[in-house]
Design a protein around this ligand. Structure first.
Ligand SMILES: Cc1ncc(COP(=O)(O)O)c(C=O)c1O
Length: 452
């Protein structure tokens, strides 16, 4: 029986018999403000692993059945529900593959959870930076030849972790990269947090799990309509990674009180995405985005290359994109995902419809009529230096070392003691254990910095 059906049946039971957690007892007591925003139904679906319901840590019936359905839909060896976001999937994947001191090749434009995985596992990162597109100020997909070079230089690399699509929507060629990984016996983990719609719509790129990745992790909450922080971890049918090993790793980091409303939402969301309506909804979204970009005036350029069209990256001829972002925010109350001098990123997803896109289109057209030209060419200022990565201490060691705070102006040559992440593009500029260079300092926003 489905989790949702079971929850609805459970609504009917007499809650006075429940002497279990959570103590709101199916909503017998709800703080009024919480009821105002969540409604009482949410509480009726929120319970612990009570009689008749399954256990996410060791699924045997209802959840096991749901996981089986998910594995069928995604065509995987195993699919896990993550009730703590892609973050928990990334940590679990790293835990299941890496031992203390193991080398792992990581594209530097990774999410902070990958760095946290290094601290927790004690693994040793071999960092590389994908090519940088200075015209757009974004990192490109990872190149297969670059990966092979690193494998040749470091024979003992155990795993490769890359983000595809990236925050800005750039894909790597997972099919080719996975072949190289197989050749060198390296496990491939793809952070596909931003790619949860790929399995269901007519995208140019297939999901990583169908292209040879051993593990792919997707946030259902980012683009696919589920609540925060619903996500999935997939193990590919062709991988020799054992689902038990992943389950153990997830049990190590996860709560013992997973959210049943979230599990139910995962069930409903994936069933919808996989339905005829869901698929046509996603294809409709792609069409609306295409119509939107085709309707933009000539003075607006849309990024198009190896990218996911649901991430709309725009550049404005002769205008500073940040100025446009400010007017969008203040006058039209439209919030972009990020803005730089060069580009604006708008993230769309299943909740983006024609009206919303038309609102943005109208606002952009009006703004362009009212603001004056800044320059007579495309703006091309660079907003991040070529990343300089000199590691003095491994992430786990650096994490545990005592820190002190000094003025950033005095930090050149010292060893960084904190994570400094530059948004956009969300790349770790400096991580604990790395040497601070003059080039980094200009990008550090705070006046003080922790050092080791
Ligand atoms: C590329 C990337 N990976 C992983 C994550 C973590 O995802 P979650 O919020 O589902 O834990 C994020 C979140 O912003 C992300 O941008």
């Amino acid at each position: 029986m489905s989790i949702i059906k079971k929850i609805i049946d459970y609504y009917k039971i007499d809650n006075s018999r429940l002497f279990t957690t959570p103590s709101h007892s199916l909503g017998s007591f709800i703080v009024p403000e919480a009821k105002e925003i969540l409604g009482s139904k949410y509480f009726k679906a929120d319970f612990s692993e009570i009689e008749g319901f399954d256990n996410l840590r060791d699924p045997k019936n209802t959840i096991k059945n749901l996981l089986g359905i998910l594995a069928g839909i995604y065509d995987t060896k195993a699919t896990f529900i993550l009730t703590n976001g892609s973050t928990s999937g990334i940590l679990a994947a790293m835990f299941s593959l890496l031992q203390d001191g193991d080398k792992v090749l990581i594209a530097r434009n990774c999410h902070i959870s990958v760095y946290n995985g290094l601290v927790l596992t004690g693994a040793c990162p071999v960092w590389f930076t994908p090519k940088y597109d200075s015209q757009w100020g974004i990192y490109k997909g990872v190149e297969t030849e670059d990966i092979e070079k690193y494998f040749l230089q470091n024979e003992d690399i155990k795993a490769l972790v890359i983000t595809s699509p990236t925050y800005e929507g750039l894909f790597s060629n997972i099919q080719d990269i996975s072949k190289i990984c197989s050749k060198y016996k390296v496990k491939l983990v793809v952070d596909e947090a931003h790619g949860a719609l790929l399995n269901f719509g007519k995208f140019k790129y297939k999901p990583a799990i169908q292209l040879g990745a051993d593990i792919a992790i997707q946030s259902l909450h980012k683009t696919a309509g589920a609540i925060n922080p619903a996500a999935l971890l997939h193990i590919s049918k062709t991988s020799d990674i054992s689902p038990e090993c992943l389950q153990n790793a997830l049990n190590l980091i996860n709560t013992t009180s997973p959210s049943y409303p979230l599990i139910a939402d995962v069930e409903a969301t994936v069933k919808y995405l996989n339905s005829k309506n869901g698929k046509s909804h996603i294809n409709g979204l792609l069409k609306e985005i295409n119509d939107f970009t085709n309707s933009l005036p000539d003075s607006i350029r849309v990024y198009s290359g190896n990218n996911d069209p649901t991430k709309i990256l725009l550049q404005f001829k002769e205008r500073n994109a940040m100025e446009i972002a400010e007017i969008l925010n203040t006058k039209y109350r439209i919030e972009e995902e990020y803005s730089t001098e060069k580009a604006l990123l708008f993230i769309t997803g299943i909740g983006t419809d024609k009206n919303k896109l038309n609102h943005l289109l109208t606002a952009l057209k009006q703004i362009l009529k009212t603001i004056s030209n800044k320059k007579d060419s495309w703006l091309s200022a660079c907003y991040l230096p070529k990343t300089l990565i000199e590691t003095k201490y491994l992430p786990r060691n650096a994490y545990k070392m005592p820190k002190k705070t000094i003025k950033k102006s005095e930090s050149e040559g010292k060893i960084c003691g904190e994570c400094i992440i530059k948004y956009p593009p969300g790349i770790p500029l400096l991580l604990p254990g790395e040497i601070i260079r003059k080039e980094h300092i200009q990008y550090i926003e705070n006046d003080y910095i922790q050092i080791i």
